[in-house]
Design a protein around this ligand. Structure first.
Ligand code: NAD
Ligand code: ZN
Length: 358
């Protein structure tokens, strides 16, 4: 039985970002400052002024050219404390899944000390982090509502999150105006992350009615978007924000399946971004998710999306070994998808065949 933890408060609508300064003012303690961690895309845009930061506040533009690593999260945490005698009282993450995850991890680290890698796993964060607000600018990962923040750990070749109730945002602001500037392929592949989460969860063995209900609704919205004429219309960007939020709630209370483990492998070993890696893996999994793979191909066709193929061609045996290790380490989702004997089904040879088909 899962004792469900959801986001504290959620504000949705065009120009909802305008409410952020007021919300920050409510939570600001007398001597604590606010730290805004913002996707680097917005550095030369007019966003900073809209945050109305006070003199003491910190606005850090994040480098999201690579998805978050434990090392980068440690660096951002250290940079917040540099030259300060007090802790921030609020952390605001603004951006896609990468920036939201960095904000969540930093909030946990500031309150608990230690390094990001110490808390990768399940329920290892000892206590509540700094009050955190999430503002997605790219929808699909569900990072705004999930109970994890995913980081690549290059020391042990594993991509893993801080899965914890303390990784859930206290407040989120869903403002569809913010995703208007996303490049279409990125919008499609990150948006597909919601679809993939829900499909994996609904096909899994560890399910519950609440997670299923979230997933069914997120899937219905995803289908409306991907089958429509303009997936990036104002209405569809708002729909995508809600689908992503609901998908994140679903996955927070359920588990992913057979797409995410190899997808983590592709990100870890070949540096392929999460949403794109999911799409590449999904397309190779006809055998496991036949109807959904067919539907995904239809989404691509309608939206004229071309994704890379042959991403593993020409890899050395040792790279295939790395891919295998970075995949098979994800025992919980694999067991959810295939049962406790998942290693007998997803053998090294079988997995290599799947990677070769991607
Ligand atoms: P991202 O955050 O990595 O961003 C991708 C690109 O989009 C970046 O170049 C960024 O600058 C750009 N971008 C973001 N917003 C933009 C905007 N409004 N206009 C123009 N460009 C914009 O991408 P993502 O797919 O949202 O996040 C991927 C990360 O999320 C991965 O690290 C993945 O592991 C993680 N993830 C987390 C969860 C979770 O539950 N915490 C779930 C799934 C994935
Ligand atoms: Zn995902």
């Amino acid at each position: 039985m899962t004792n469900i933890k959801n986001v504290g408060q959620c504000l949705l609508g065009s120009n909802a970002l305008g409410k952020l300064p007021g919300i920050v003012a409510e939570w600001r303690s007398q001597d604590g400052f606010a730290a805004y961690l913002v996707d680097g895309f917005f550095e030369d845009k007019s966003l900073k002024a809209r945050l109305e930061p006070q003199e003491d506040d910190l606005v850090i533009f994040l480098d999201t050219n690579e998805e978050p690593t434990t090392q980068y999260v440690d660096e951002v945490t250290a940079s917040i404390l540099r030259d300060r005698t007090e802790m921030p009282s609020i952390i605001v993450g603004i951006g896609g899944g990468s920036s939201l995850d960095i904000a969540k991890a930093v909030s946990n680290l500031l309150a608990n000390g230690g390094n990001a890698a110490d808390y990768q796993g399940w329920d290892l964060v000892p206590s509540q982090g700094i009050y955190k607000i999430g503002v997605p600018t790219l929808s699909g990962t569900g990072a705004e509502s999930s109970r994890t923040c995913v980081m690549m750990n290059k020391q042990n070749n594993v991509k893993l999150g801080m899965n914890s109730n303390f990784s859930v945002f206290d407040q989120i602001i869903l403002d569809p105006d913010l995703s208007r500037t996303v490049e279409k392929d990125q919008y499609f592949t990150t948006g597909m992350d919601t679809y993939v989460h829900c499909v994996e969860s609904l096909h899994g063995q560890y399910r519950n009615l609440i997670s299923d209900a979230f997933s069914h609704q997120a899937l219905a919205l995803s289908r409306e978007i991907f089958f429509s004429a303009d997936i990036m219309s104002d209405e569809n960007r708002e729909r995508m924000m809600v689908a992503s939020y609901l998908g994140g709630c679903g996955i927070a209370n359920g588990l992913v399946g057979l797409v995410h483990p190899p997808s983590s492998g592709l990100s870890m070993v070949l540096g392929i971004r999460h949403g794109l890696a999911n799409c590449i893996v999904l397309e190779a999994l006809d055998e496991f998710y036949p109807k959904e793979v067919e539907e995904f191909r239809e989404f691509k066709k309608r939206n004229n999306i071309q994704l890379p193929t042959g991403v593993c061609s020409g890899l050395s045996d040792s790279k295939f070994d790395d891919l295998y290790e970075a995949t098979i380490v994800h025992e919980k989702p694999l067991e959810n998808a295939l049962g406790s004997n998942f290693r007998d089904i997803l053998t090294k040879k079988k997995l290599r065949g799947l990677f070769e088909a991607m």
